[in-house]
Design a protein around this ligand. Structure first.
Ligand code: AMP
Ligand code: GLY
Length: 426
């Protein structure tokens, strides 16, 4: 069969790589893809926001399955458009994608389903939000309601910071219309983890747990990024905790959505705070995490295509599996100089082939472009250097050995990916 993957990041590279290994799959295409994806799939220059173009391409080329990577086309209704034409597509429809597209909607669903989450209020008026903050005890988190490329969340430890955050989001409109509405919620303490699963509308099949590193600098300092590295499994989510997440979060979510008329089919990614009282949901995403996907798919033991296909085609995933090998995997993101601020592009990257040749290593590309026979930088996050090995320490060492073989001008990366897990295991 022929599969089309929509997207251009490290997550989509990992998806193309994994889907391409399926004995069911003859050809993988990616729109628009990137320099490295071009080695694992045929890249087609159609943007992720060009839904009409993607639909035409999928229809004209008789794809058996389209897998949508990022959230924006899902929130814009790409799945509804494909389904209206009878095309097989993996991802939630526009109504389901609201879980990520509107934080106020997600919080209302969690409240209705008694899913553990921080106490909150929703505001469309800046003065009302400020009055609430003036009376709030402890820190709060101010969240722009709409999609803001992962940047619309301001964690505030003091009242002054929170009042400034309201001005930023609702008055200055730093995140545009995403800030017309805000969620103000209680600041939670604990360790974060990502829990990603496939849902067929009824059954929930989890991947292994994982953990992201959102801050740009070592020791979780500096501004938030899309993610500077990830590993799987996350020791903070042991078997009992994973059971709690299924029982208290994912199963109630899917059944609660169904009651509201939303049959959710696709990825559910729960961003969790593991607190003393158990898991609490910080956010839901309707797509896989980037960079969590890279270690998750390196560890995924079987074929993911039957799971994607059954979900897309209205079948059941109840008897399928997404089991992982026991070996941990670690992904270190190498970023362009300046990231997460303005970046330099077009820098020649050296050493990728040498790094890729190391045992257990795969270099997933995010912001790269092929220029003649060279890869050059073309985005903020450039590479996700990923290694799987017998133990966490070995996987970390192998990923950093691979990183040490790669160079480009301005490259920066965190040196402490996996530190929390190592500490927990020691
Ligand atoms: P979100 O996009 O909602 O996951 O928020 C981005 C980041 O902000 C999370 O990964 C957390 O680090 C932090 N955050 C969000 N909500 C809370 C909360 N209620 N308590 C503490 N930290 C939070
Ligand atoms: N790595 C965080 C995210 O994909 O949202």
């Amino acid at each position: 069969m022929r599969v089309l993957v929509v997207g251009s990041g490290g997550r989509e590279h990992a998806l193309c790589w994994k889907i391409g290994q399926s004995p069911l799959v003859g050809e993988v295409f990616c729109a628009p893809g990137n320099g490295g994806i071009a080695k694992d799939a045929v890249c087609i220059d159609i943007g992720t926001d060009d839904i009409a173009g993607l639909l035409r391409f999928a229809r004209d080329n008789s794809f058996d399955l389209t897998v949508v990577g990022p959230e924006a086309p899902l929130a814009s209704g790409i799945v509804d458009a494909f389904k209206a034409e009878g095309l097989s597509v993996f991802g939630p429809d526009r109504a389901g994608a609201m879980l990520e597209g509107s934080k106020a909607f997600a919080k209302a669903v969690m409240k209705a389903c008694s899913i553990p989450t921080a106490g909150f209020e929703v505001f469309t008026d800046a003065d009302a939000a400020k009055a609430y903050i003036a009376n709030a005890a402890g820190g709060v988190v101010v969240k722009a309601d709409g999609l803001a490329a992962g940047k619309g969340v301001l964690v505030c430890t003091s009242r002054e910071e929170a009042l400034e955050a309201i001005d930023e989001v609702m008055v200055k409109k730093t995140f545009g219309a995403a800030g017309d509405k805000v969620v103000v919620e209680e600041l939670l303490a604990g360790e974060e983890a990502s829990f990603i699963a496939v849902c067929d509308g009824e059954n929930v099949l989890p991947f292994a747990s994982s953990q992201d590193h959102k801050r740009v600098f070592d020791h979780d300092e500096g501004p938030n990024t899309g993610g500077m590295g990830a590993y799987s499994p996350a020791p903070v989510v042991d078997k009992a905790m994973a059971g709690q997440v299924m029982e208290r979060v994912l199963n109630p979510l899917v059944h609660g959505l169904k009651k509201q008329g939303i049959i959710y089919k696709g990825i559910i990614y729960a961003g969790l705070m593991i607190t003393e009282a158990g898991p609490s949901v910080l956010e839901f995403n309707v797509r896989m995490g980037d960079p969590e996907t890279q270690p998750l798919l390196m560890r995924c033991a079987g074929d993911i295509v039957p799971v994607l296909l059954e979900t897309a085609n209205g079948g059941s995933i109840r008897d399928l599996s997404l089991d992982s090998v026991a070996s941990p995997a670690v992904c270190v993101v190498m970023a362009s100089g300046g990231y997460p601020g303005p970046i330099e592009k077009g820098r020649v990257i050296r050493g990728i082939a040498e790094a890729d040749a190391l045992e257990g290593v795969k270099v997933f590309h995010a912001g790269t472009r092929l220029q003649g026979s060279d890869f050059v930088t073309a985005g903020g996050r450039v590479l996700g250097v990923t290694a799987v090995a017998g133990g966490l320490k070995q996987a970390i060492d192998q990923a950093y050995k691979a990183v040490s073989l790669i160079s480009f001008e301005g490259a920066h990366y965190r040196k402490d990916i996996g530190h929390r897990a190592l500490k927990r295991l020691s």
